[in-house]
Design a protein around this ligand. Structure first.
Ligand SMILES: NC(=O)c1ccc[n+]([C@@H]2O[C@H](COP(=O)([O-])OP(=O)(O)OC[C@H]3O[C@@H](n4cnc5c(N)ncnc54)[C@H](O)[C@@H]3O)[C@@H](O)[C@H]2O)c1
Ligand SMILES: O=C(O)C(=O)C[C@]1(C(=O)O)C=C[C@@H](O)C=C1
Length: 288
């Protein structure tokens, strides 16, 4: 927003003075010592804390929100955020839940960069009865920062994200855990020989533990549903490998390859930034 001159003033709040100082140096016009102070007179308030902390922050800021303000969030799970935040939102303030499908394994104010949302989906899950004007204003702002905005029901969002983001993260965490366990058992340096497939798993598994703990605790039903389906597929493939059923394995991999190729042909494969470099060497993406 700053790079594109889309905000009159950007005010930031974070709990630690160190984080606040970094945010002020990088992109905030001013930072405040309380969340209440930060939202006073704000036209737009963006909640960007772990999903489990959204309700607490909403309670803290609620009495200080300006009538007519828009409150949105960037939480990775939507139903739980709606349940936690909505009860605190005063009459006359518009709460429009949102989720940018963009991010990296890095956290903290230094890990943001101006192009993060370009050509990325930003899903909004408006509440029933949402008046159209604030929604249109938020949508226009997100489009101005380069995002492709879609609206979706919160329950559907949580199921879709369980498939395309949450369960894949759990699988990555598990796979890195398996390699680590093997290293302990065999005293072999397995991880040293990471090929690029496993490298992608280790990148994902380096994501923030608090953020992901909260995602799994708050999107429990959808993740368990998808995990169940995943396990069934895995057992099927396991059986085919055991039986030496090359034909079935080939057919399965042909189908999954076609899916990937379809994504590329549809222009929906936005290349990620270069995650291979150490964060310190990647300007604007160092870990706080
Ligand atoms: N990182 C991603 O890839 C990504 C992508 C899309 C959405 N999200 C969502 O965005 C939100 C923020 O994630 P992020 O990656 O920006 O994390 P981050 O770690 O960079 O920022 C989160 C901030 O919240 C603060 N915080 C934690 N608990 C708090 C509490 N109880 N009260 C007040 N502040 C608290 C942390 O100190 C930190 O400053 C999460 O809800 C996450 O699910 C993350
Ligand atoms: O590329 C990554 O590091 C991410 O995991 C980003 C990612 C995802 O695509 O799953 C992670 C969680 C979010 O809620 C949205 C985006």
């Amino acid at each position: 927003m700053r790079a594109k001159g889309l905000a009159g003033e950007i005010t930031g709040y974070a709990r630690s003075t160190d984080t606040r100082a970094i945010a002020r140096d990088l992109f905030c016009d001013r930072v405040t010592e309380t969340a209440a102070e930060a939202v006073r007179d704000a036209d737009l308030v963006v909640l960007a804390v772990p999903v489990g902390a959204m309700g607490g922050i909403a309670a803290e800021i609620a009495p200080h929100l300006k009538p007519g303000a828009i409150v949105t969030d960037v939480g990775s799970v939507k139903q739980a955020v709606i349940e936690a935040v909505s009860p605190h939102i005063p009459e006359g303030v518009h709460f429009i839940p949102g989720h940018p499908l963009a991010g990296t394994e890095y956290s903290g104010p230094r890990s943001g960069f101006a192009t993060l949302f370009e050509n990325r989906w930003w899903l909004l899950t408006p509440l029933e009865g949402q008046t159209p004007e604030p929604l249109a204003r938020l949508r226009a702002l997100l489009e101005a920062i380069g995002a492709n905005v879609d609206e979706m029901d919160a329950r559907r969002h949580d199921l879709v994200l369980a498939v395309v983001s949450h369960t894949p993260h759990l699988i990555a965490y598990t796979m890195v855990g398996v390699a680590d366990h093997l290293r302990r058992v065999t005293q072999e340096e397995v991880i040293k020989y990471s090929a690029s497939g496993f490298r992608d798993f280790t990148r994902i598994a380096a994501s923030d533990p608090t953020m992901w703990r909260d995602v799994f605790l708050t999107n429990k039903d959808a993740v368990l549903d998808i995990l169940g389906r995943f396990t069934e597929e895995l057992f099927m493939l396991q059986r085919e490998i055991r039986m030496g059923d090359g034909e079935q394995l080939h057919a399965y991999f042909t189908r999954t390859r076609a899916i990937r190729r379809g994504i590329i042909e549809a222009g929906q494969d936005t290349p990620a930034p270069d995650f291979g470099r150490a964060p310190a060497a990647a300007p604007g993406r160092t870990k706080a």
